[in-house]
Each structure stands twice: as structure tokens, then as C-alpha cells.
Ligand binder design. Structure first.
Ligand SMILES: [Zn+2]
Length: 209
């Protein structure tokens, strides 16, 4: 089976959300310096790089990342190529030819190129507006994946997150879909099991079907 790693590497160079501390990954014990082992430590928010938003992120009392059933995190997914689109709205989705009964959908946009082209955070990324969020709820989608640090616009993060997470739809953010073509895949995206957390970093992988 062919696997495609759609995760970004976690490093101090990774762009972070404005206001968040930059990612720390540092060596605290080093064989080359006489220590008996190599040990690193990391510090970052749970919304770092490729990560899952649990409903708790915007919904008080919503599911936390450790409570999400595994079966929702592994299974059939559809990647839709929206690289010509500047904003993902309901009308874009209506005309995109998304197969009926799609439960997990990943949006490939021009954002995926930002991971290599742009070292700093950019606010000018393709996002999902509230009309698209409502469309996804109506269609019974259960997981939405995007290829930058937030599913919603930088200027107005609340409505899209509230609509999706309020409907118990999982939001997978920070994907790199640059090597992925439109089509059907099996998605594996298991977040770290962090107790009571509103999100967690994920190693996300697609497998051909
Ligand atoms: Zn997030």
C-alpha cells in the first residue's frame, strides 16, 4: 500500500498562530557532549503544525481530544482540489463535485505551498466561511481537513469553528496536501492522547484505496 505523509514537521521554524510562542524543540542531553543518551524536550501549544481541533476548542463542555472515538479518526476520506479558490464558500462546495455521503473531506488549496514558500505566518490563506461550514453540517460530514493553521479566516475565527465543532465535526488543521491528488483515500489521523485537551498534534497519513 502506498502511504502519503500529509503532516508538517514540528520544529522551531514552523509558523505559529500570532500571539503563540514559537515551537521549542531542544536537546537537553547529548551523547556527543558526554551524556549517556540523546534526549530532547518540546514546548508548544496543542494547536501546533498538523493537529486536530476537538469540539472543546470552541464549545464549552464539548468532547476533548482524548474522548474522540478512534473510529472517527481512521477511515475513508475524499481530497478535493480547490487550488483555484480564494475562499471556500457553500457555492464553491455545491459546485465542486464532492461525492455524496462523503464523511471525511480534506481541502487541498494553495495554502499547501505556504509550508515551503513562506517561513512566517501569513494571514492571507484560503479559509472556510460560515456558509460552507453550514453546508458541511447539512451534508453530514464528520471530519474536515484544511492545509493551513486554521479552518476559518484569520480576522474572524469564531463562526466557522463554532458551527463545525458545535455540530461535533472534527477539524484537522495544518495539513500539507501538496503531494496529494484529488480523489478517494483512507485517512489515518491519530492525535496524541492528551487528557482533557482541546486539541493535539497529529501524524496524518493517507493511503491509496
Ligand atoms: Zn486548532
Amino acid at each position: 500500500m502506498r502511504f502519503i505523509d500529509i503532516s508538517v514537521s514540528i520544529s522551531p521554524q514552523l509558523p505559529v498562530w500570532p500571539g503563540d510562542d514559537t515551537v521549542v524543540v531542544e536537546q537537553v542531553s547529548t551523547i556527543a557532549e558526554g551524556d549517556e543518551s540523546n534526549v530532547s524536550r518540546m514546548a508548544c501549544t496543542v494547536h501546533t503544525g498538523t493537529h486536530l481541533d476537538a469540539p472543546r476548542h470552541f464549545i464549552e463542555g464539548g468532547l476533548t481530544v482524548d474522548e474522540i472515538p478512534i473510529r472517527r479518526l481512521i477511515g475513508r476520506a475524499y481530497v478535493i482540489d480547490l487550488t483555484e479558490v480564494d475562499l471556500i464558500s457553500a457555492s464553491v462546495l455545491e459546485n465542486a463535485g464532492i461525492p455524496p455521503r462523503t464523511r471525511r473531506i480534506l481541502f487541498k488549496t494553495r495554502n499547501s505551498a505556504l509550508w515551503t514558500a513562506q517561513k512566517q505566518f501569513t494571514a492571507d490563506y484560503v479559509s472556510v466561511d460560515s456558509s460552507a461550514a453550514r453546508w458541511l453540517v447539512q451534508k453530514g460530514v464528520q471530519l474536515v481537513g484544511v492545509d493551513y493553521l486554521s479552518v476559518s479566516a484569520y480576522e474572524d475565527p469564531v463562526p466557522t469553528h463554532q458551527i463545525l465543532l458545535g455540530a461535533d465535526i472534527l477539524v484537522l488543521e495544518g495539513l500539507d496536501l501538496s503531494a496529494v491528488n484529488q480523489g478517494r483515500y483512507t485517512l489515518y489521523c491519530l492525535p496524541l492522547k492528551i487528557l482533557n485537551a482541546d486539541g493535539a498534534p497529529v501524524r496524518a497519513v493517507l493511503a491509496g484505496v
